[in-house]
Design a protein around this ligand. Structure first.
Ligand SMILES: *Cc1c(COP(=O)(O)O)cnc(C)c1O
Length: 348
């Protein structure tokens, strides 16, 4: 066989990347990926699935879905763009506008990963000590480097807090580029979010996903912004990026608001119990959260991570990005109790 050096064929910026590590670790209690512990009713899933014509392409415009989302959020369908998860929309935004891409760290890793995959310069700027936006540092970059895109995850993953609304507004007003407020965790937050501000700011994009509210399997995200922005991004969208099954299931599940809201309410109240109980365990310092997970500080996170896994509890080790920290997703009450028990046993 002919010898070909594949590595040398690959673009230099891709050569230095590593594949996103989403390997499955077997465990009894899975609290590592910020998924909802509550799936949508399998009987309803079966009912919707039966209607799918597998020989036909999906609706490329996801008309029904966009109509429903538009009604929910009080915007026109042309202000909405659907994605195969919001990850794909991040890809599309950076493909469309390019860099520099500015974001605070620690935050969701895809902003940086996708920037680098596309060969665009990314500028990570550390958060302040309260995990809020470091406004002086961010403003300096806005003025000097004129980022085309700013990504702000609020509530922020993995710290769990919302950024100060005034600071976000300052960035929106100062930036000549696009500011994306990634509201993946907004359903769990007590703050009102940035949707009401869309009418005042043409460079604001709001991103949402169904992944954290019990529909991660569908891979469905969407963003809302001025039609001028959506029209440009729509040029790079692959025509059938959201499959028929996901479109139909999303429409049906979103109409089933009672079930969705009940699950969110349970998760929020469990989060508060979680926080109280974690505060009582010696050697654990949890941070308050507006999301469906809790970041917590311990003495030896690597060791605790392994000990928890030995007891069948999988959490996320954040020690690389935030020294001393692990992140745990809020599960069912039974799972949460199992985690708390494993946690206090492991620290004894
Ligand atoms: C989980 C997460 C996403 C990913 O959403 P998908 O729709 O599953 O691609 C986006 N942004 C943040 C901040 C997240 O934590």
């Amino acid at each position: 066989m002919k010898k070909i050096d594949i590595k040398r064929l690959v673009r230099p910026n891709i050569r230095s990347l590593r594949a996103y590590n989403a390997k499955e670790i077997p465990c009894r209690v899975k609290l590592d990926a910020n998924e909802s512990p509550y799936a949508w009713d399998p009987r309803k899933v079966a009912e919707v699935s039966r209607m799918i014509k597998t020989n036909r392409y999906p609706d490329p415009e996801a008309k029904e879905l966009k109509k429903l989302i538009g009604k929910r959020f009080g915007v026109k369908p042309e202000c909405i763009l659907q994605g195969n998860g919001s990850d794909e929309l991040i890809y599309y935004l950076i493909t469309t506008f390019g860099g520099p891409v500015l974001y605070p760290v620690p935050t969701f890793s895809m902003y940086g990963i996708i920037s680098r995959a596309l060969g665009e310069r990314d500028i990570p700027v550390p958060l302040d000590r309260e995990f809020d936006i470091h406004i002086e540092k961010m403003m300096r970059v806005v003025k000097k480097d004129k980022p085309k895109l700013i990504f702000l995850s609020s509530p922020n993953n993995p710290t769990g807090n919302c950024f100060s609304a005034e600071k976000i507004l300052k960035l929106i007003e100062a930036s000549k580029g696009i500011v994306v407020v990634d509201e993946a965790y907004q359903p769990f937050s007590s703050e009102k979010g940035f949707l009401p501000l869309l009418k005042d700011y043409r460079n604001l994009v709001i991103m949402r996903t169904l992944s954290k509210i019990g529909l991660a399997a569908l891979r469905l995200g969407f963003m809302i912004a001025d039609p001028a922005i959506m029209g440009e991004v729509n040029k790079v969208r692959l025509p059938f990026n959201v499959n028929s099954l996901s479109q139909e299931l999303a429409v049906a599940a979103l109409k089933d608001t009672k079930g969705l809201n009940a699950a969110i309410k349970t998760i929020v109240s469990e989060r508060e119990r979680f926080l109280r109980e974690m505060e009582r365990i010696e050697g654990v310092a949890p941070y308050p959260s507006e999301a469906n997970f809790i970041l917590f500080r311990v003495k030896d996170p690597d060791r605790l991570y392994r000990k928890l896994l030995k007891k069948g509890v999988l959490v996320r080790n954040m020690n690389d990005g935030i020294r001393g920290c692990l992140r745990v997703t809020v599960g069912t009450p039974v799972e949460n109790t199992a985690f708390l028990k494993a946690l206090s046993q492991s620290l004894k």
